[in-house]
Design a protein around this ligand. Structure first.
Ligand code: UD1
Ligand code: CA
Length: 464
């Protein structure tokens, strides 16, 4: 296969989005549209990518900085058309002479790598100078129409430049092209803005390159969904709904159960095992892996986390953490980043775990905060335990060894260690280590004052 590179056009302002951020950063299922396009390139083995930016270029650059891979960023100061955008990337094309250049838009997240690769195959087979990707759609209004000449394409006519007869054509330009780099450079030199919109049209390279004696082919996409994009918030919402259903359908086909899909949003990269049930209100953001026979939801949000098999998460928020097999968590639990919950742990209502390891078989049943702690196996937390991990300046860790029993309403002032099978008395504020098997108790002894309320509450009114 020939060496390849890509130019992504992402300079558009997206005025109708009414946003302060560039359109390509608008999110579909928690990921910027540009991210989808870049992933499709990467899945097509294209690693050399040039992104043409315009409005709020810095924001796009910042986003690209956070991604894996090397990107060439070119700024198009004034948006003078798709052809002009590619002219801005001239140096990039020159440094890829002899290669095939894919040109596509940063705001078409449904374009898949199959389309990219099959179009490239055709491009190579037919030894084309340009292979344009087309789609056949019901309502072609607004798109460039493909004027065919049998196998080859004569030209593309934009809506505003088309005759009534041409407007009838339903095969449209998808805005995705493979170019032979050298031929592209030649065609760009001859590009003019002599048309209804006074723009440099990239599709004009088609007629130009044929006049220069080269062949232009057309790959018709198998499904017109590849052109889906969003120009307004309303369209963005519709695109989210479309992708949402597509992702859910995929999981249904793979044996995941949905009782109802109300409020269920699953990022496209989520992996979910068979026989797992997803309940309403479940949101799975990026990098989530869930095992088999789990029950997730209702109202559960997971991000960048791995969940084992036979796990129940009921009203849980879980970030950047790992949950092993046979764990049962919820309702109303917050698992904060860098936590690891080992197998057969039970975590009950109103518990927060942060940056902690919870050993197998441990129970944290209610109203407890475990932060910056290393907890062993088979530990029992009574109700209302707090690890006091922050002294206002520094964070410290608590260590709770296997089999320990932490009495209700214990404060564990870190750094502190509870030894194996150690015990703390209810209501204790533990500031010193408790040795193995020992009881740590730190509270005032109870006093009784006889007949105290007889005088004190003598005048109290009772409601019933
Ligand atoms: C373009 C095509 C049309 C095709 C349609 C498919 C042209 C002249 N027309 O039309 O044949 O059917 O796409 O969607 O190419 N962009 C820049 N800089 C610019 C102008 C555009 O980066 O100066 C980017 C935009 O951000 C956008 C993409 O190029 O991502 C397409 O631009 P847009 O103006 O939407 O093209 P269309 O008029 O829809
Ligand atoms: Ca308490």
């Amino acid at each position: 296969m020939k060496q390849t590179c890509a130019i992504i056009l992402a300079a558009g302002k997206g005025t109708r989005m009414k946003s302060n951020q560039p359109k390509v950063l608008a999110q579909v299922l928690f990921k910027p549209m540009l991210g989808y396009v870049i992933d499709s390139c990467k899945h097509s083995q294209i690693t050399d990518i040039c992104v043409v930016t315009g409005h709020q270029s810095e924001m796009v650059e910042q986003y690209l900085d956070g991604l894996e891979g090397n990107f060439t960023i070119v700024k198009q100061e004034q948006q003078k058309g798709t052809g002009h955008a590619v002219i801005c990337a001239k140096e990039f094309i020159e440094s890829h002479r002899g290669q095939d250049v894919l040109v596509l838009y940063g705001d078409t997240p449904c374009l898949d790598n199959q389309t990219i690769l099959e179009a490239h195959q055709l491009h190579q087979q037919q030894q084309n100078a340009i292979t344009v990707v087309s789609a056949v759609i019901e309502d072609p209004t607004g798109y460039g129409r493909v004027i065919r000449n049998g196998e080859t394409v004569e030209k593309i006519v934009e809506q505003k430049d088309a005759s009534l007869q041409q407007l009838e054509i339903q095969e449209i330009n998808a805005g995705v092209y493979w170019f032979a780099a050298d031929k592209l450079l030649c065609a760009l030199q001859a590009l003019t803005s002599n048309n209804a919109q006074g723009e440099y049209y990239l599709p004009d390279t088609i007629a130009i390159t044929q006049q220069q004696g080269n062949r232009v082919g057309c790959y018709r996409a198998l499904c017109s969904d590849i052109i889906r994009g969003a120009n307004s918030r309303r369209e963005l919402y519709q695109l989210n709904e479309f992708m949402r259903q597509k992702v859910i359908d995929k999981h249904l086909d793979q044996g995941v159960e949905f009782v109802s899909t109300d409020g269920v949003y699953i990022a496209p990269d989520a992996v979910i095992g068979t026989d797992t049930v997803i309940l309403p209100g479940t949101i799975l953001k990026e990098q989530v892996v869930i095992g088999e026979h789990c029950s997730i939801g209702p109202n559960t949000l997971i991000q960048r986390s791995t969940v084992g098999n036979r796990v129940t998460l009921n009203c849980v928020q879980c970030y950047q953490s790992k949950i092993h097999d046979d764990v049962d968590i919820g309702p109303f639990v917050h698992i904060r980043p860098n936590s690891e919950i080992h197998h057969h742990v039970h975590i009950g209502d109103f518990v927060e775990v942060k940056n902690s390891v919870i050993g197998a078989g441990t129970g944290i049943s209610h109203l407890t905060y475990v932060g910056d702690s290393d907890v062993g196996k088979n530990v029992n937390f009574g109700c209302g335990v707090v690890t006091v991990n922050y002294d206002g300046v520094h964070k410290h860790r608590c260590t709770i060894k296997d089999g320990a029993f932490i009495g209700c309403n214990t404060n564990l002032v870190a750094p502190v260690t509870i030894g194996e099978n150690g015990y703390t008395g209810a209501g204790s504020t533990i500031t010193e280590d408790v040795p193995a098997q020992a009881l740590g108790i730190a509270r005032a002894r109870q006093q009784i004052k006889e007949e105290f309320s007889t005088k004190k509450l003598a005048g109290r009114k009772k409601k019933v």
